[in-house]
Ligand binder design. Structure first.
Ligand SMILES: *Cc1c(COP(=O)(O)O)cnc(C)c1O
Length: 428
């Protein structure tokens, strides 16, 4: 599949049936797998042979879908997880332990911010947040001898900042650590971070990849390019023998291409069990089959809505990197030449009250704490996710009270604009 273009990989990647086998990916709805001898099974437990023994670790349906996402990103190995949260936790925890440190962009998903700054802090893993717009010197100053990873999002949820992937990759590599990029909003259709130097990519497949609001899930992909053995002192988990697997050394036995995902499956999936159900993996694959068609439409609708809002007298500002005046337009032209995503943020001049009136009168766009779905939805952080904050606190956090985040779905763009226009008319 590697020679085909992204559209073909979306449809046919990951699974090639043999003669007389199911055309669609089979759902292997089984927790366990049968073997003829204990010796056969023993080889699996020793990681001497690859195969399935228990769905908490691996399942064929999941592996077909992970293989497709791996092809889409241009990686060498991939795995599915039960959620995007699990994917980001596993990607970081696979190489960080107590006493280690992470450098992260401050402009990331709230759940990931909490995971890193609160929950991983309780595990003794420290973090330094840097602005995605930081200078090389500011980025450099964030590193410590204990730094083990750099983290950022291609297009941040919800701030919609665009990560300068090459800048972050350069800094990470100068310190002998990998760059992990959450590519959820861009999807591999619009950006493949490995082509710009990222080493590991993560996804909340719950968003555009599934695309229909049907299944929560996550994925981790390895570029196979990071040389763990060249920095063996930093990554003992990959570069020294694992006693829980009879002393194998992942980076030696599975090489640059396979060590990260094999360790992540063998240790973290074994111990934490955040596996995606095969049924959800099947739904995810249905979404992936049309990802390239849907992303183009999400971007077309996002661009049209952003342009309409930018010219409206009741709108104070619009954040969308596809607009020529946007702060991230130049980075978007470099990293996202075919479009970014369907999520547009905008501030109404009338503040919290205007946002509430506007949203109440929308007929197509539903009020939801969700994004990246076939159906248009929107959210006013000030009256929902950030409800406890005062207008002053909101302004300080860069979230004005009148801010609305709108995730443009796959409806007709003129219908969306007409709906927005009539709802804006109700704002006095
Ligand atoms: C939603 C989201 C997550 C978390 O994913 P879940 O599937 O909800 O666990 C992580 N990163 C980004 C960028 C997201 O949008």
């Amino acid at each position: 599949m590697s020679d085909y273009r992204i559209e073909t990989k979306c449809v046919q990647g990951g699974y090639t049936p043999g003669n007389g086998e199911p055309r669609q990916i089979p759902i292997v709805q089984s927790t366990t797998f049968k073997y003829a001898t204990s010796e056969d099974m023993g080889k699996l437990f020793d990681l001497e042979a690859s195969g399935y023994f228990y769905t908490r670790l691996q399942n064929p349906t999941n592996d077909y879908v992970a293989a497709k996402i791996c092809e889409l990103e241009g990686g060498t190995a991939a795995m599915l997880t039960s959620s995007g949260q699990a994917a980001n936790f596993f990607a970081l925890f696979n190489i960080c332990s107590c006493g280690d440190h992470i450098v992260s962009s401050s402009s990331i998903y709230g759940g990931t911010f909490n995971l890193i700054s609160v929950t991983m802090a309780k595990m003794g893993i420290e973090v330094t947040f840097v602005s995605p717009d930081c200078t090389d010197e500011e980025l450099e100053a964030a590193f410590r001898p204990t730094t083990r990873a750099v983290f950022g999002e291609t297009i941040a949820n919800p701030a919609l900042t665009v990560l300068d992937i090459e800048k972050f990759a350069r800094a990470a590599h100068a310190h002998g650590v990998p760059l992990i990029v959450d590519n959820t909003f861009a999807t591999p259709v619009n950006c493949r971070p490995f082509e710009w130097g990222a080493d590991i990519v993560t996804h909340s497949t719950t968003k555009y990849m599934d695309g229909h609001g049907a299944a929560v899930g996550g994925a981790i992909v390895d570029s196979g390019k990071f040389d763990w053995m060249a920095h063996a002192d930093k990554f003992p988990g990959l570069c020294t023998p694992d006693d829980s697997y009879h002393g194998i050394t992942y980076a030696e036995k599975f090489g640059k291409e396979g060590a990260f995902i094999t360790k992540c499956t063998a240790q973290l999936m074994r111990d934490f069990g955040a596996i995606q159900s095969p049924q959800n993996a099947f739904y995810l694959n249905l979404g992936l089959e049309s990802l390239h068609v849907r992303m183009a439409r999400h971007c077309e609708n996002g661009q049209a809505v952003a342009e309409f809002l930018a010219g409206h007298p009741k709108v104070a500002s619009v954040i969308y990197c596809g607009l020529p005046g946007d702060k991230y337009h130049a980075l978007a032209e470099k990293y996202l030449p075919h479009g970014s995503c369907g999520v547009v943020s905008f501030e109404l001049k009338g503040g919290r009250e205007a946002a509430s009136t506007f949203m109440k009168h929308l007929k197509l766009a539903a009020i939801e704490t969700h994004v990246a779905d076939a159906r248009t939805c929107c959210l006013n952080p000030a009256s929902s996710t950030h409800r406890q904050m005062t207008d002053e606190q909101l302004a300080a956090a860069g979230i004005p009270a009148g801010l609305v985040r709108m995730s443009c779905g796959l409806e007709n763009k003129q219908d969306l604009i007409d709906d927005i226009a009539q709802a804006l008319e109700q704002v006095k």
